[in-house]
Design a protein around this ligand. Structure first.
Ligand SMILES: Nc1ncnc2c1ncn2[C@@H]1O[C@H](COP(=O)(O)OP(=O)(O)O)[C@@H](O)[C@H]1O
Ligand SMILES: Cc1ncc(COP(=O)(O)O)c(N)n1
Length: 276
């Protein structure tokens, strides 16, 4: 029998295919994990912003979760947009029982600035779901919200990563520097050590779905049994290549390129192996 690694995303949708569930499934596919998805909200959005939101009824959310967990192997889970407390509670039930890595992308606001989760539910995410994570992957704005501290420097980013682990109970925290100035530097704190991932900033406005793609890539590698540090290192390579080859389509922030990312990553890995 063929062995397969199964990754599940629990998130909202993007009909233009750049962010949310669609970006996650494209990423899983390119990285050779079997992709599964539970939809929390249907979002009418595109590269310019969010036009309308429809949250899936709670019973239907639970029913989808039950369909997956009662039948399929689940080797890693990521969550993205979960609109309110009740939905978070329903998801938490399944995560508490599972013995798989869990990556939380604490999605709050789309790249366009539109809110995706209720203001009064954001701290519920921190207080109830964060302690269940293997990894949480906030951008700067989300890290400020979750920690209540301002972030202006790379030292502030590292402090925030430590707080999320030491005070709020995340398994590990990856603070992303896409919204800082200069190089795209991310910090991973795993409870023991601080690791730095640096990529040259790519001059582009096409960053719709970068956070989704990054956390989905980490989830795919974790589903294949790779250690956290390796998974983040490879995911950083993947998302950087996806941004470098992004598509200039739509009238706003264009989407990233998943297939070019896979090709570039494979090429890079072959070169590295030859160098050894
Ligand atoms: N212009 C860019 N050039 C290179 N890397 C980028 C760029 N913008 C974002 N990144 C990287 O993309 C990933 C997603 O980060 P970020 O944009 O901060 O998250 P989000 O999409 O959640 O707002 C991070 O690894 C970040 O460093
Ligand atoms: C359904 C959904 N989930 C998440 C995002 C955030 O996207 P980004 O990765 O650009 O922060 C989004 N725009 N839509």
């Amino acid at each position: 029998m063929k062995k397969v690694s199964c990754a599940l995303t629990i998130a909202g949708t993007d009909p233009t295919g750049g962010a949310g569930i669609q970006a996650d499934l494209k990423t899983f596919e390119e990285l050779k994990s079997y992709g599964m998805s539970v939809i929390t909200s249907v979002v009418a959005q595109n590269t310019t912003g969010v036009q309308e939101l429809h949250h899936i009824p709670l019973s239907m959310l639970s029913s989808q979760l039950n369909s997956v967990f009662s039948d399929m192997p689940v080797h890693a889970v990521k969550t993205g947009m979960i609109a309110d407390k009740e939905m978070m509670q329903a998801v938490a039930q399944y995560l508490q029982e599972g013995h798989f890595p869990y990556v939380m992308d604490p999605v709050m606001v789309a790249t366009s600035g539109d809110a995706l989760i209720a203001e009064n539910s954001r701290l519920y995410l921190r207080d109830h779901l964060l302690p269940l994570t293997t990894l949480v992957t906030p951008n700067i704005h989300e890290a400020v919200y979750l920690t209540g501290k301002k972030i202006e420097t790379t030292t502030d980013m590292q402090e925030a990563a430590k707080l999320l682990v030491d005070k709020y109970g995340a398994g590990a925290a990856l603070i992303k520097g896409g919204h800082m100035k200069g190089d795209a530097v991310d910090f991973l704190y795993d409870g023991k050590e601080m690791h730095t991932f640096t990529a040259k900033r790519i001059e582009t406005e096409n960053t719709h779905g970068t956070g989704c793609t990054y956390s989905a890539a980490v989830t795919a590698f974790l589903s294949q049994g790779m250690p956290l540090l390796t998974s983040v290192r490879k995911a950083k390579m993947f998302v950087t290549a996806a941004i470098r080859n992004s598509f200039d389509i739509g009238n706003g922030n264009g989407p990233t390129n998943h297939w070019a990312a896979r090709e570039e990553m494979l090429f890079h890995e072959r070169e590295t192996i030859q160098d050894l």
